[in-house]
Design a protein around this ligand. Sequence first.
Ligand code: NDP
Length: 303
Amino acid sequence: MTILDGKLVAAELEEQMGKEILSLKEKTGKVPGLTVIIVGEDPASQIYVRNKDRMAASLGVNSHIIRMSEDVGEAAIIAEINRLNNDDDVDAVLVQLPLPARYDTWKILDYLDPSKDVDRFHPANIGMISVNRTKIYPCTPFGILKILERYNINLSGKHAVVVGRSFIVGKPMAAMLTNLDATVTLCHSKTSNLGEIIRQGDVVVAAIGKPGFVTADMVKDGAILIDVGMNYLESEADVMALCEEDQIKKFRKRGYGITGDIHKDAFKKSSYYTPVPGGVGLTTVTMLMYNTIQLFKQRRGIS
Ligand code: NDP
């Protein structure tokens, strides 16, 4: 049972990226530029955007945040996207999701220039993943790929079971694993015999949003378990039943514990697993910076 250490992978990638940004600056006189548009006051989104800005600053990425009020209107958001599409100093644009409910997310994302779409949610980029014609992927599944690469885990011929079909995690993950020659089953809330299917997985990726959902009896011995879930628990009974020891201690100090979608007892049967926290979550923002650098290079024809 080996822990796939997201913190280590993120730190190694960040060190490489810091060096690469310096070398790109020497070569071109410019540094990669990332602009984030945030609409409304959603507290979780505000924290995510702050974290992104902080990491960008620490790596030397030229980062800007454009804050718009919730009632700014669709036309103003689209006008801002168009302005950034045409700004040569901006390599990467991210519209922080979720947008307030009144907006049509897909309609707004359609206006992003696909070559500046750093999250890779534009339909043109989703299509490029499906036909295996890109090396830039949505940040959360891309981080998972980097973790698996770092630990030399070869996916060819393995049966990968992905639970959750969101466009942020599950769907791109399934396409990426297919491109890596895994045999993929993508499950969701309407899947019948879910336990039976998960038990067939040599690799299981859980992106559901339900604490401890994948239990020990659902996984086969030696499976590689990738836990994307990030669940905050406030009830002591839940924390005691579902969290690892360190989170139980933290709960006593701060009143909540964090756990993933895979039950802690399931990890004991695995060959490799990503812990929560300390796994996938730590590579997501790192990959946003990685993608910003890739877009900078792609726009300038640098390989
Ligand atoms: P969504 O809510 O968008 O999708 C959840 C998916 O889980 C859906 O496809 C849903 O199926 C499926 N699902 C729900 N209940 C069941 C069930 N009983 N059986 C099988 N499948 C089920 O979530 P996200 O993909 O955005 O996020 C998933 C989790 O990952 C969350 O905990 C989130 O916080 C975390 N996350 C973590 C990130 C990180 O960086 N670590 C980044 C992004 C997310 P259906 O489509 O049928 O409704």
